[in-house]
Design a protein. Sequence first.
Lengths: 181, 670
Amino acid sequence: MAMSKSVRYLIPLVVFAALAGLLVWGLGQDPREVPSPLIGKPVPTFSLPTLEDPNRAFTDADLRGKVSLVNVWASWCSACRAEHQSLMALSEMPGFQLIGLNWKDDAADAKQVLAISGDPYTMVGYDPDNKVGIDWGVYGAPETFVVDRQGIIRYKQIGPIDRKAWEEKLQPLLEKLNAEG
Amino acid sequence: MVPELGHLALILALLIALVQAVFPLAGSLSGNRPWMAMARPLAYGQLTMIAIAFAALTQAFLTSDFSVLYVAENSNSLLPTIYKFSAVWGGHEGSLLLWVLFMACWGAAVAALSRNLPLTVMSRVISVQGMITVGFLLFMLLTSNPFERLFPVPQEGRDLNPLLQDPGLAIHPPMLYMGYVGFSVAFAFALAALIGGRLDAAWARWSRPWTTVAWIFLTIGIMLGSWWSYYELGWGGWWFWDPVENASLMPWLVGTALIHSLAVTEKRGAFKSWTVLLAICAFSLSLLGTFLVRSGVLTSVHAFATDPARGMFILLFLCVVVGGSLALYAWRAPEVSEGGRFDLLSRETSLLANNLLFVAFTVLVLFGTLAPLIYEAFDWGKISVGFPWFNKMFLALAPFMAILLGVGPAVRWKHDEPMRLLRTLWWALALSILVLVVSYLPAFSSGHLWVPVGLALAAWLVLAHVAVVLERLKNKGGLARMGPALLADLRGGGRSFYGMVIAHLGVAVFVVGVTMVSNFQHEEDVRLSPNASYELAGYRFEFLGAEAVPGPNYMAQRGHFKVYRGDRQIANLFPEKRAYLGGGMPMTEAAIDPGLFRDVYVSMGEAVGDKGDWAVRLYYKPFVRWIWLGAILMALGGVVTVSDPRYRMARAPARRPATSSAGGTSAATA
């Protein structure tokens, strides 16, 4: 400990300055619109078993040719449960496929949620070890990625899809993507 | 007219705060007594103005004056009166007003109860509080004026966030804010001491009761928040490690460390600069919590108003307050002598270890809360700090805290002998190990390793404190006259000791609750048709169907469940799913049959199919009440401690401390 005594008392100030710098930076970011580095890029290649059938593969090819909403969820995630009813409504709408990515979850728990409350998804990938989640830059559930027909990630919604997010962001974007053909 | 009066009162309050921030402090530095004497009247004037503003806003809510924007956004003519009242702090602007109201209350309390404080100290404390109040009032008047008018006047208000239409949440924020703001007193005392260069035991003695009272409020506030999220969010959990919850937990953790560190500074004159740093951190974390909740830097289920522009202001304010006080610390603290030498086995060491554990846990919680931000800033990209991570960290530290908590009160100040300590505690240790072994036996345990560990730790906490109390009473007149000795102790200066014991027993109760509910709870998602039954953990839930029931400002689907234990019906439960007319997500009102040893809990999921089936969640929660009971005991311990005659600030003249060796609260010395 060669540090002089008065320098030691500066440590709290320095730590705080670093923290403040982080917060200033964070303030510039809208947490619901974190610019994922993946936006505008094709989805990373992956292959996962599906939740329903471990022998069936769910890959990036399944996201091509159709506009997709990829919803990251888990049975332990309370906000996902709050979102579930909106997803059920979305699943009836035309123009896109709703894909689930079951994340850091237990297959039995996840299946039970779908069995009881209804399954809004066309297909559910099962990612218990955060393999695909890491590549996609998933922070937490729920998150929803919008993927266009060419398999390019166009938008990421962090947090549940509520009415505001749907009306202001997702719906216009989906209309645009469908118009692009 | 009345809202304009409220607005005017806020402006006057700002002017008073400016005077308050400058003159008493300047007077204390230049020896100008009339300027110092201004401190008290200014503090009372501050409270008067803010109380007028608060009353004006309350009146606007009670009369449903939708010409006031804030009222139109947070109330509705259909809202029940009690919630019209609590809606005053249901949104951003009003909760700030509540914050400054409490700030003014604490300021006035310091002014009224500090008759024996040196005038210089009192005026500095009031000035520091004035500075903080200036920041908050500027923030309100510039970015978040609760009295802003709305034109044209809407016919109807938008309604209070349905999540907040609940008695628990009506009182949760006030308690929490009392705690947050209360730490400003400890902060102001610390800064006053740094400014004056007098960091002595007298300062610690003056700060202690204020800090403890703030801590009591914060404890109750957090407990209410936990209890509220348990029954209102309908997920059956009692803690979610959500950023907003963490924001309240961090000041609590540091505040707890501060209470203990203040004890050392008062009794032994040691840890002075460390204690000051904790006092600064406790309040800084309160401010940081406000920033995190209000700025939208982190999203959370609880954050109901986020706005980056406001965030910028709070951040600037945070930098001025925290940066300024830490700079002052860096400048003045090196001059402070670190008095009071102590040996490795001593009360001082154990309290230092306690402090380090609490601070380590705070740092972990801070890191976990900010992790998404940190990872993104450095473009590390991959992050999974969530519920399991926090639980792991908590479980890694908690056992050490609990073991230490049993040892600490039994150790003597300054120096102790291992053999003496063992003589006091050996039977407590032996019985705890017995609990560990017995609860590990297959007959009792269900294979969870944490169950025996948790129960043994709780037993250790209880027994070690029993041992400490017995020893104290033995020294006070022998076990034969235990009753009279106890009574005399409680009348005299022993209350802070018994307060400590009660608070620590609260920790034991909390540990039992957490252990049992985490390892033995059952929950099940099921789909039930009308008149169908489901059995969970020995309870049979019979679903009689759901019907539509209108509420004052919502439409509810109310389910009816009969709960049987064997053949005996033990409860009728009516969980609801509510759609509020004001819109938004449907709300779940769980129905709970509470008990000291178990809760039975039903929450409605959603209607499935068209035959009246419902997806419902059934819970069996053993000992869940003990979690909150533990917190209540901790707070009660604080209350008993503060009632100790030694802290009657208004009358008792301040003893010459520091040199007076450890008397009073130590069980071992006597």
